[in-house]
Design a protein around this ligand. Sequence first.
Ligand SMILES: N[C@@H](CCC(=O)N[C@@H](CS)C(=O)NCC(=O)O)C(=O)O
Length: 210
Amino acid sequence: MRLYQFDLAPASRRVTSFLKETGIKVPIVQLNVRDGDQFEEPFSSLNPFHCIPFLELENGTTISESVAICRFLEETNNTSKKLFGKNSQERAIIEMWNRRLEIDGYVPLINGIRNKFERYKGKVLPGTRNDLPQVPEIAKRGIESCRILFERLNVHLNTTTNVAGDALSIADITGYEVVQLAIALEMKLDEFEEIKAWHEKLERRFKLDE
Ligand SMILES: N[C@@H](CCC(=O)N[C@@H](CS)C(=O)NCC(=O)O)C(=O)O
């Protein structure tokens, strides 16, 4: 089994944080997606979506999508920490928050970053190289979508230790990356005291070693 990663990429960092938290060990191969390693063989055929992370299994199957990878690793390793929940209700609440954070925060902000910063020119959609123009308005909309999410989330975090309950879950890992993306897009966070405290707590756990 091999996990293909690029440490600086948000989707990869979600898997790195999951591995850190659960203690699961997987052999890792670094692909530099900035240099375009994902378009070279054998990586291009292994994952035709041309994105990292992806997991290559011994039987030749490839699993892409960070959350699918984490779910597979949790189910196939007997770890005491269950970041996807221990019963039906926990699993549903965790999925609910994870999807909310992805749909209203992570995806709009990633689209915003790719449409705003010069370094993503020609790379507007993940896993592509083409002449699709950047549209700065998408960054503004991304921030607005995330601001509405944060207004709701800030109230919710008053009532709970972690986003989907007492135990830390995959939804907190997604949430940490959402706040990191919001900071990268220079979103104003002053009014979101609960989110800032939650992010600081997660930062102590998941900040990349320099
Ligand atoms: N939804 C996917 C996102 C994967 C993705 O977009 N990965 C980016 C890095 S964050 C990538 O590999 N980009 C390569 C490129 O755009 O060329 C996941 O969570 O795994």
